[in-house]
Design a protein around this ligand. Structure first.
Ligand code: ZN
Length: 131
């Protein structure tokens, strides 16, 4: 009887925890557009490592090793190019954010970003004109 109560309590608290946790867990973050490519890249790197390992063990002939390696590297280059093709759009968006700096106020150097307590004609940091 005591055992049954203990089991019920345990099950109850687990169920409770699951219910509460289910609400608290935030939605999964948006998957990066390059996620599947990054995965593919990691896979190719792993294959390359395995290949090298097997070659060192003498399981592969030099010709087989070279051919498979070239194949994998070609595939890797393709994946990297695809990642590159997707990423510039993202870095452009990031660059746009960086460029929306406050207007020059004579206290923040537009060249190097150094800040000064008073209005300066020339940057004390890099020597460029502050205007
Ligand atoms: Zn400066």
């Amino acid at each position: 009887m005591v055992f049954t109560v203990a089991v019920l309590l345990a099950v109850g608290s687990i169920a409770f925890t699951l219910l509460v946790r289910g609400k608290d867990i935030p939605e999964a973050p948006a998957v990066l557009p390059t996620a599947h490519l990054e995965q593919r890249k990691a896979q190719i790197y792993e294959n390359l490592r395995d290949l090298q390992f097997e070659f060192r063990l003498g399981k592969l002939s030099d010709a087989d090793y070279q051919k498979t390696k070239v194949d994998l590297q070609r595939e890797l280059a393709k994946v990297l190019a695809e990642i590159d093709a997707i990423q510039p759009a993202q870095s452009k968006a990031a660059a746009a954010v960086v460029q929306s700096k406050p207007k020059p106020d004579g206290r923040t150097c537009p060249n190097c970003g150094a800040k000064f307590a008073q209005v300066m004609k020339f940057c004390g940091q890099c020597g460029k004109a502050m205007a």
